[in-house]
Design a binder for this molecule. Structure first.
Ligand SMILES: *Cc1c(COP(=O)(O)O)cnc(C)c1O
Length: 365
């Protein structure tokens, strides 16, 4: 019998949003009728220039990509006004989370995060045998974080702002206050996967890598998977002081981003108008979800992201509702596994949202 590492006993496999193909196979729904609002992807797709760049690089499939990632780092460093040495690129910002976890965690350490937050923080910590400490609230409350921090002395503190899967955000002022109050021997991860949406909604919540670069123990994470519409290409980044980045580089496998992913991300950096357009559509459409919730007596969390979290009372069951919608070809995210009677819905195109509202009304009735 194979004896797997003991730490694996406590790890629950990450549950991704269900793919369109599954709904097609299981419920016989035509792919074009499936509405996927489960993984916070950009509903309008990606920039046309990006698609062109991917095609143009198809003939380079036999060559390893540029392992220095010179061009992508140049694009990011001018975008954020940092140097290329402040940047590490990952196969999604997920991979950067993995580098951070492997660089500092062991069986004697712990990580601190909010009660309900991105599932991978816990999985990477447990892979290293580290203990997971959570605050009582899903919001990143200063007092709760500082109390747990003093008690446990965690090696990593996760501040996910805006937070997934709840959609709330922590102001720049509060994030900086926490960073100032914590010791320099803990790594503080500010995960800004949805920062483009928060920054567009309210400047108080906008945090840039540069705001954090003065702290040797803080790393900002960003991704091309959400606002930039490149979830399928797997590109994310970490930005921190050179000393921290150098250590993380020791964890990186060679050629961790494919040639096509690099080309796509470089092009995406150039097309800021696509992000602007995506956010404009999003801001118009998310209002409909707020109005719908108010009209139908549903609770929701004020969202700083490209999704909205509906909170149900005891009359509605998030599992039953998600399952019934799935059978109708509408994929959303049930938050029962996070201990919440709630669902997370990615804001879609106008047409996708129409479909959601129609089916949701019927299912609840
Ligand atoms: C989507 C997401 C990520 C990372 O996504 P990648 O596709 O791996 O870049 C990181 N953090 C949060 C909170 C996310 O929602």
């Amino acid at each position: 019998m194979i004896r797997f590492n003991k730490v694996l006993e406590n790890i629950k496999t990450y549950e991704a949003g269900k793919p369109i193909e599954l709904v097609v196979r299981e419920f016989g729904i035509a792919p074009e009728d499936v509405v996927k609002l489960a993984s916070n992807e950009n509903p309008i797709g990606t920039s046309p220039a990006v698609a062109e760049a991917i095609k143009a690089n198809a003939t380079k499939a036999h060559l390893y990509p540029d392992d220095s990632m010179f061009e992508l780092k140049a694009a990011l460093s001018s975008k954020f006004d940092v140097t290329d040495e402040n940047i590490i690129i990952g196969a999604g910002s997920d991979q950067v989370l993995e580098f951070i976890s492997r660089a500092v965690l062991d069986e004697d350490s712990s990580v601190l995060m909010s009660a309900v937050t991105f599932a991978m923080y816990e999985i990477y910590a447990k892979q290293m045998g580290a203990k997971v400490i959570r605050t009582a609230s899903y919001e990143h409350k200063y007092d709760e974080f500082m109390e747990a921090y003093r008690m446990h002395k965690p090696k990593i503190v996760y501040i996910c702002t805006p937070n997934n899967p709840t959609g709330d955000a922590t102001s720049k002022e509060e994030v900086l206050a926490m960073i100032e109050a914590m010791h320099k021997d803990s790594i503080i991860v500010v995960d800004g996967a949805y920062m483009e949406y928060a920054a567009a909604k309210d400047a108080k919540y906008a945090i840039t890598p540069n705001d954090l670069l003065g702290y040797e123990n803080v790393i900002y994470l960003g991704t091309f998977s959400k606002a930039y519409g490149l979830g399928g290409m797997r590109v994310g980044y970490g930005i921190a002081q050179v000393g921290l980045i150098k250590e993380l580089y020791k964890m990186r496998p060679p050629f961790n981003i494919s040639t096509l992913s690099l080309a796509a991300a470089i092009e995406a950096c150039k097309d800021e108008s696509f992000v602007k357009e995506s956010i404009a559509l999003h801001q118009e459409q998310i209002k409909r979800y707020e109005v719908f919730a108010n009209e139908n007596g549903l609770g929701f969390i004020d969202s700083y992201t490209n999704f909205i979290t509906y909170l149900f009372d005891e009359k509605l069951d998030s599992t039953k509702i998600s399952d019934a919608l799935l059978q109708r070809g509408v994929i959303i995210r049930n938050l029962a596994s996070y201990g919440m009677n709630a669902v997370r819905i990615t804001i879609g195109t106008q047409k996708q949202n129409d479909t959601f509202f129609k089916h949701f009304k019927e299912v609840v009735a």
